[in-house]
Design a protein around this ligand. Structure first.
Ligand code: NAD
Length: 253
C-alpha cells in the first residue's frame, strides 16, 4: 500500500514501529544524501559522472588503481564533513530503545557508526570507504598513509607486507561479498517482524534480496524511497517521500 501523503505515511509507520518487537532497517545511499553524500542513481548521482571501476580492472591495471584512488581523494572533503542525518539519528534512537538489534547497510560512509550504533551492530554489505585494506593479506591502512604514498610516488601504493594492491575497504562490482556480513544479514532478515528498506533503489544484488527474504519469513515490509522500486508491490507500506522528513519524527533522545 502506498501512503497517500507524508503525514498518513508517518502515522502508519509509527503504528507499525509501536507494534513491532524486532525491527531491522536496511539502508542505501538515499539515507545519506541529506548529509551531502551523493547517491548512485538519482539525477546528478555518482553514476551519471563516473562509470564504476570493476574489481577485475582494479586488480589488473595500475592505471585503474590510480584512477580509483584519485576519485576517492576527490570525495574526501565530502565524506569527512558528513554528519549523521535525521534518518541515521532516528534509527540510532530505535537501536537505543532496544527495538533495532542491528542495521544492515549497503552504505560505505560510516554514518551509522557515527550516529551511535556500535560498529559490531552495523552490518556492512559493501564494506567501508573510510579506511583501506590490502586485497591480498587483508591488513588495514589509514587513508592518510595511502594519500602520502600516492602524492610521493604519483601512483596507488601496494601493501608493505605482501606487495598486493591496497584498496578502500569497500566491495566493488565483481568482488566477493563478505561472508560474515551476508550471514548476519540473513539471520536478521529471517528473525524480525518489521523490515524497513530506506533509500535504496533495490537493484544491487545480492543485497536487494533481503527485503523479500524478510517478507517471506513473515515480517511486515516498509519501503521508504522517493522513487518507485521493483519491490513496492510486495510492501505492506510504501512511503515515497524524503527520508529526513519521514524519519525525523522518530528521532528521540
Ligand atoms: P542508489 O543510488 O541505487 O539508490 C538510492 C535511492 O535513494 C534512489 O532510488 C533515490 O531515489 C533515493 N533517495 C535519494 N535521496 C533520497 C531522500 N533524501 N529521500 C528519499 N529517497 C532518496 O543506492 P543503493 O540502492 O544504496 O545502491 C547503490 C550502491 O551505492 C550501494 O551498494 C552503496 O554501496 C553505494 N553507495 C553508497 C553511498 C554511501 O555510502 N553514502 C553513496 C553512493 C553509493
Amino acid at each position: 500500500m502506498i501512503a497517500s501523503d507524508l503525514r498518513s505515511g508517518v502515522e502508519r509507520l509509527g503504528d507499525m514501529i509501536a507494534a513491532a518487537k524486532t525491527i531491522v532497517p536496511f539502508t542505501g545511499a538515499g539515507i545519506s544524501t541529506e548529509c551531502g553524500i551523493p547517491d548512485f542513481r538519482s539525477p546528478g548521482g555518482v553514476w551519471t559522472r563516473n562509470r564504476p571501476i570493476p574489481f577485475e580492472e582494479f586488480v589488473a591495471s595500475q592505471g585503474a588503481r590510480d584512477e580509483a584512488w584519485r576519485r576517492r581523494f576527490a570525495m574526501e572533503d565530502t565524506f569527512a564533513a558528513a554528519k549523521p542525518g535525521r534518518g541515521h539519528r532516528a534509527l540510532a534512537s530505535l537501536y537505543r530503545a532496544g527495538k533495532v538489534p542491528a542495521v544492515i547497510t549497503q552504505n560505505i560512509d560510516n554514518l551509522h557508526q557515527n550516529s551511535g550504533i556500535a560498529p559490531d551492530d552495523v552490518i556492512e554489505l559493501h564494506g567501508n570507504t573510510t579506511y583501506a585494506r590490502c586485497i591480498g593479506c587483508g591488513v588495514t591502512y589509514q587513508l592518510d598513509w595511502v594519500k602520502q604514498r600516492f602524492d610521493a610516488d604519483g601512483a596507488a601504493p601496494d601493501c608493505t607486507v605482501c606487495a598486493e594492491p591496497v584498496k578502500t575497504a569497500t566491495v566493488s562490482f565483481g568482488q566477493a561479498m563478505p561472508e560474515d556480513a551476508m550471514q548476519r544479514a540473513t539471520e536478521l532478515s529471517q528473525h524480525c517482524d518489521l523490515f524497513i528498506a530506506i533509500g535504496s533503489s533495490l537493484v544491487v544484488w545480492p543485497a536487494a534480496g533481503f527485503p523479500m527474504m524478510a517478507k517471506n519469513c513473515g515480517a511486515r515490509l516498509v519501503i521508504i524511497n522517493r522513487e518507485p522500486t521493483d519491490q513496492d508491490d510486495s510492501a505492506d507500506l510504501v512511503i515515497r517521500h524524503d527520508i529526513g522528513e519521514t524519519l525525523g519524527p522518530f528521532v528521540g533522545n
